[in-house]
Design a protein around this ligand. Structure first.
Ligand code: ITT
Length: 211
């Protein structure tokens, strides 16, 4: 058992953590990051009557904090919330906090990608820089919380490739690999991604508090 595992299982407030998300891609990734650790990670699929959260913050962090607070107050549990998205240089940071619904009402990953590729039609490779960003919040029932951020830099492809992951993964090229995130195996994504970076900071913070 690693120190992190020992810490989580020894503290009653971390026995069950609710991940304040309905995004199956994110839930899969967080479960993999916690694999082998004896805690229960539930999600909003286990709290189907949870209140709807209006994501009206101006930043990933504001939105993540709102999700965490609303769900912790509702469920009476420690909560992890993730707000994340894609920032494209040429689009001055769009779609940013609007990533999930970039293509409007009834948005899907496919429609969002199509819109993104249209917006970047004819834009040269050098100008297609982008970053995935993630804000994670760990929120406890006593109202104390901590925030963590992670980033993955890359470029936007001109066409989709790969079938792993979710969201914009099929068009996000990681330069070190020369592949889209959807072409990289999930374990590797979970070592290098914006979400993995933020989670690593969360882990480190909890370990340091325990020292
Ligand atoms: P929850 O709020 O229920 O967690 P959501 O999908 O609405 O789910 P966000 O508001 O944080 O979550 O939007 C995140 C969007 O950003 C997501 O739907 C993807 O389009 C994109 N995104 C975030 N992380 C990504 C990743 O690792 N790979 C690809 N796209 C990602």
């Amino acid at each position: 058992m690693t120190a992190f595992e020992a810490l989580l299982v020894s503290r009653p407030e971390y026995k069950e953590i609710v991940f304040a998300s309905k995004n199956r891609g994110k839930i899969r990734e967080l479960n993999a990051l916690l694999e082998g650790i004896n805690i229960t990670l539930s999600s909003l699929y286990d709290y189907t009557d949870a209140p709807d959260i209006i994501e009206d913050g101006r930043t990933f962090l504001e939105n993540a904090l709102k999700k965490a607070r609303v769900i912790s107050d509702y469920a009476g549990r420690t909560v992890i919330a993730d707000d994340s998205g894609l920032e494209v240089d040429y689009l001055e940071g769009a779609p940013g906090i609007h990533s999930a619904r970039y293509s409007g009402a009834g948005a899907t990953d496919e429609k969002n990608i199509r819109k993104l590729l249209e917006e970047l039609e004819g834009v040269s490779v050098e100008k297609r820089g982008a970053a995935f960003k993630c804000a994670l919040v760990l929120y406890r029932t006593d109202g104390t919380f901590e925030t963590f951020e992670g980033k993955l830099e890359g470029t936007i492809a001109t066409e989709q490739a790969g079938s792993e992951g979710f969201g914009y993964d099929p068009v996000f090229i990681v330069p070190e690999y020369g592949k889209t995130v959807a072409q990289i195996d999930p374990d590797t994504k979970n070592r290098i991604s914006h979400r993995a970076m933020a989670f690593a900071k969360l882990k480190k913070s909890l370990q340091e508090q325990d020292e």
